[in-house]
Ligand binder design. Structure first.
Ligand code: UD1
Length: 381
């Protein structure tokens, strides 16, 4: 049997790989190997997602851990290269834009193993974001570019990517959301936290540009504090943010805002139970902008730009930047029932993983060899 090797490493990878893994397993025509790079390693950043998403434990763990960008990327590369030499997979599938994605793409390309990138083509056009570098390089190297939205297709065409490599499959993370939403909403999370549906906000924030600089971080916390005077603001704190919060001297005591609730990172289901019933989401995460659109919850993105413009053009997302005045004004508007309304982008329908599985099968089991530059377009479009 031909083998697909999936690489996961960081929290936002798990909800993308889970539906693909399941779809391929259900069809039963390809063998799979799941490799965890170890970029994220805390129970609350990794293990809980395997349980929640019903993803089997990784077959291989590379134990890369934290480090500078070069260290982390290099550690994954060194270990994954050995795995590839031993296993000789027929295809390597990577998702998203984290350092593990980049590292695996470089290994695949140099080992001459066909590479598929799920969530290809997204561009913030902001190279100060490490993820933007990861996206550009991964897309440059990938044989199969599986895109979540048509703006991504256009970005790839503009960069000169051969049309035959582009496959508009939709948003695979939304497959997970649709699979688990009902189950998540049955959890007693809101009751346990003393929250009422739509009468609270959820915040996540971990981008280096927002949290590594104490001044920006405390400006943003001040804005969240003001919002927490209107409704409780639930803020599960990413370890990166926690590190900078503990390192910096708070110019303004957080105790001033008892309803700005800083809590530990949450598992997938528990967090989905919160986001799906929230009145407002504030975030600098890419994935959460998309989830807010799929859940039809107004979203304020605490960044200057987004690589996911469809969440703004069609969805519930507004890019508000980091100006506290603007953030509080937009939040007040949304919480008074005048938040942005949206609709679902095309192919965010829960069927993306099935499309991906089919493309992988046609690539590996069909007659066309993907290394032929003139191979037929496999998505049948
Ligand atoms: C990474 C991704 C980012 C993604 C985010 C989701 C890159 C360049 N960045 O950022 O795109 O949005 O994951 O969470 O790949 N740490 C722990 N425990 C863990 C993991 C990390 O304590 O399980 C701490 C460490 O101090 C580490 C820091 O968080 O140094 C940052 O982790 P890292 O994986 O380097 O980047 P993230 O900020 O998590």
């Amino acid at each position: 049997m031909k083998t697909v090797l999936h690489v996961v490493g960081a929290r936002p990878n798990f909800m993308k790989v889970a539906p693909i893994y399941r779809a391929i397993a259900e069809r039963g025509r390809l063998q799979q190997i799941l490799v965890h790079t170890g970029q994220h390693y805390d129970v609350k950043m990794s293990d809980v997602f395997f349980t929640d998403l019903k993803l089997p434990p990784p077959d291989i763990h590379l134990g890369a851990g934290s480090g500078s960008h070069a260290e982390q990327t290099a550690k994954v590369m060194v270990e994954l290269e050995k795995v590839c030499a031993g296993e000789r997979p027929d295809l390597i599938s990577v998702v998203g834009d984290v350092n593990s994605t980049l590292a695996a793409s470089l290994v695949a390309a140099k080992a001459l193993i066909p590479l598929a990138h799920v969530e290809a083509g997204l561009r913030s056009n902001d190279r100060t974001m490490p993820e933007e570098i990861n996206r550009i390089v991964t897309d440059r190297l990938a044989d199969f570019l599986l895109t979540p939205s048509t703006d991504a297709d256009e970005n790839l065409r503009r960069e000169g990517v051969d049309e035959a490599r582009i496959f508009f499959v939709g948003n695979v993370m939304i497959d997970s959301l649709l699979t688990f939403r009902e189950r998540a909403q049955k959890l007693p999370t809101l009751a346990q936290m003393g929250l009422l549906p739509r009468r609270y906000a959820v915040c996540t924030m971990h981008r280096p540009s927002n949290v590594d600089d104490p001044e920006t971080l405390y400006d943003l916390l001040g804005a969240l504090g003001e919002i927490s005077r209107i409704v409780p603001v639930i803020f599960p704190v990413h370890p990166r943010t926690r590190k900078f919060l503990s390192a910096a001297d708070a110019p303004r005591p957080l105790a001033e805002f008892p309803e700005l609730r800083l809590i530990d990172p949450m598992g997938y289901l528990e967090f989905l139970s919160l986001t799906s019933q929230a009145g407002l989401i504030l975030t600098d995460s890419g994935g959460l902008q998309e989830e807010a659109t799929a859940l039809d919850v107004p979203c304020l993105t605490l960044r200057k730009n987004t690589e996911r413009p469809v969440t703004v053009t069609l969805g519930t997302n507004i890019i508000v930047g980091t100006d506290p005045g603007r953030i509080v004004a937009e939040a007040t508007k949304a919480l008074s029932g005048n938040g942005k309304k949206g609709r679902l982008p095309d192919r965010w329908d829960g069927r993306t993983a099935a499309r991906i599985a089919e493309i992988f099968e046609r690539a590996l089991l069909g007659s066309a060899s993907i290394s032929e530059p003139d191979r037929p377009r496999l998505n049948g479009a």
